[in-house]
Design a protein around this ligand. Structure first.
Ligand SMILES: Nc1ncnc2c1ncn2[C@@H]1O[C@H](COP(=O)(O)OP(=O)(O)OP(=O)(O)O)[C@@H](O)[C@H]1O
Ligand SMILES: [Mg+2]
Ligand SMILES: [Mg+2]
Length: 456
């Protein structure tokens, strides 16, 4: 017993094989296995042996130093988190150095829980080596702040770009992948933020945004909101919070929420002398007949107030059909608008991509045979189109009225001239980049640089 070394409640560990020069561990005899905070965990096969690639932020309250690590995978274990949910944790084995002691250590990769300490040293590591004196710290070896800083000096990246957050839901979407790619290519740091995993502290003195696990999101220069319709309400609250924290948001919460409300945005367009197809809206089914007459009768279009990808857009061919569809929606308290059908468009519409007030790309969409909706999701085919100066002006004005820095503006060609159909605040990139060959993701990042007067 007597030749066991005494250790304190916190100690420095060195992992030469992982490339971690020093990491402070909480000695935790309550835990069997040791654990380390790890993100971006990936299992890779090397012959018969499985390895794990992961990243460690070894310093407390410092996410700017990230060390990419690799170690042998030795086990997968189910652990119960404090909230009672079981999840799989990977266990790796690697060499640790603590003062004169060098030994193989099993480490659980803890990817989610908030860890004040980036590492816990459990019983297995202590057994037959150390005796814990919880009243003391750094009994094995101790480093001054200066020494720690020196060890980490090579890891400090010189900050050359902006720090951008992509506030969205699915990192695998074409548009999101392209935006991440474009920001990185221009030398910025971009972080994918799942809107539903962020939460806020509302406080006059120290407002915050935190992320699942407890990290505080700070030092962001800009946020690109790509909020899906299902999370508009919460996403916009987050954007306002980023704004409060002084972060530039490429589209504002106000602009996004008003563009999502087809009735409200139609009112804004009408008020600003932007031509739209004749549109009616009524609360009561008592007036349905007159509502139909008001938009010049069938065939007419019925639209759910909040819809995308053409899913909530219906063509009613006769007055009778229109009346029953309208009243059916009303009987389930669904808000709809009724609109004159632009037959002469022949299933075509025009999508203009507007950035900072300019149309930067445009395409024509042609509906599938037998379909009037030109949406790509409804089988529409895209092609390049040269828009008229009038259409360009219409698109730019619509984006301006809604105060959107990035907008997808849909226009339909009618006998009365171009009419505005709607404006999208998170226009998709795939269809229009493929059709036009333009790098719109790059244009979005350049637009942020311009707004922030950033020069590299
Ligand atoms: N009044 C109309 N007359 C003729 N065709 C129309 C009319 N309104 C819509 N369409 C067709 O239906 C498609 C879908 O309509 P709209 O863009 O209003 O709906 P959406 O579901 O919001 O689509 P998005 O995915 O573009 O947000 C349009 O792109 C157009 O091709
Ligand atoms: Mg829409
Ligand atoms: Mg549309």
């Amino acid at each position: 017993m007597t030749d066991l070394q005494i250790i304190g409640s916190e100690e420095w560990c060195i992992f030469e094989n992982l490339g971690i020069p020093a990491i402070k561990a909480r000695v935790d005899s309550g835990a069997k296995t040791s654990s380390i905070q790890a993100t971006n965990i990936k299992v890779v096969n090397r012959g018969a042996q499985e390895w794990v690639k992961f990243e460690v932020n070894p310093l407390q309250e410092n996410r700017s130093i990230t060390i990419p690590c690799e170690a042998k995978l030795v086990d997968r274990r189910m652990v119960k988190s404090s909230s009672g949910i079981s999840e799989e944790r990977l266990v790796v084995r690697t060499l640790v150095k603590m003062g004169e002691h060098k030994f193989d250590l099993e480490l659980t990769l803890a990817n989610r829980d908030t860890m004040e300490f980036r590492m816990l040293l459990g019983r297995e590591a202590l057994m037959d080596r150390f005796i814990v004196n919880p009243a003391e710290s750094f009994q094995v070896q101790s480093f001054t702040d200066d020494e720690v800083n020196k060890k980490y000096a090579p890891f400090y990246k010189e900050k050359t770009g902006l720090k951008i957050g992509l506030l969205a839901s699915n990192p695998n979407l074409y548009s999101n992948k392209r935006i991440m790619e474009a920001a990185e290519a221009r030398g910025h740091e971009i972080v994918f933020l799942n809107a539903e995993l962020a939460y806020m502290k509302l406080d006059a003195h120290s407002p915050e945004i935190r992320y699942r696990g407890g990290n505080i999101l700070k030092e962001y220069d800009a946020v690109i909101p790509r909020i899906k319709p299902a999370v508009t309400f919460y996403g916009c609250a987050l954007i306002r919070q980023f704004n409060t924290l002084g972060v530039y948001c490429q589209n504002s919460a106000e602009a996004i929420s008003q563009s999502r409300d087809k009735l409200f945005s139609s009112q804004l367009f009408a008020k600003n002398d932007i031509h739209i197809p004749i549109t009616g809206f009524a609360k009561s089914p008592m007036d349905t007949k007159d509502l139909i007459k008001m938009v010049n009768g069938a065939p007419l279009i019925i639209k759910l107030l909040e819809s995308t990808q053409g899913k909530g857009v219906v063509l009613a061919e006769t007055n009778k059909a229109a009346e029953s569809v309208i009243n059916a929606f009303k009987s389930v308290n669904t808000n709809i608008l009724v609109q004159e059908f632009i037959k002469e468009a022949n299933g075509q519409d025009i999508r203009c991509f507007v950035i900072n007030g300019k149309v930067v790309a445009s395409m024509q969409r042609q509906a599938e045979k037998g379909e009037f909706r030109a949406n790509i999701h409804q089988g529409g085919k895209a092609s390049i189109i040269k828009i008229t100066p009038e259409e360009r002006k219409l698109a730019q004005k619509a984006a301006k009225v809604l105060n959107l820095a990035v907008a997808g503006v849909d226009i339909i060609r009618s006998n009365k001239g171009p009419l505005l159909l709607e404006v999208n605040s998170s226009p998709g990139l795939e269809g229009i980049e493929n059709a036009t060959g333009k790098d719109l993701a790059n244009a979005m990042i350049v637009a942020i640089e311009k707004k922030l007067r950033f020069h590299n």
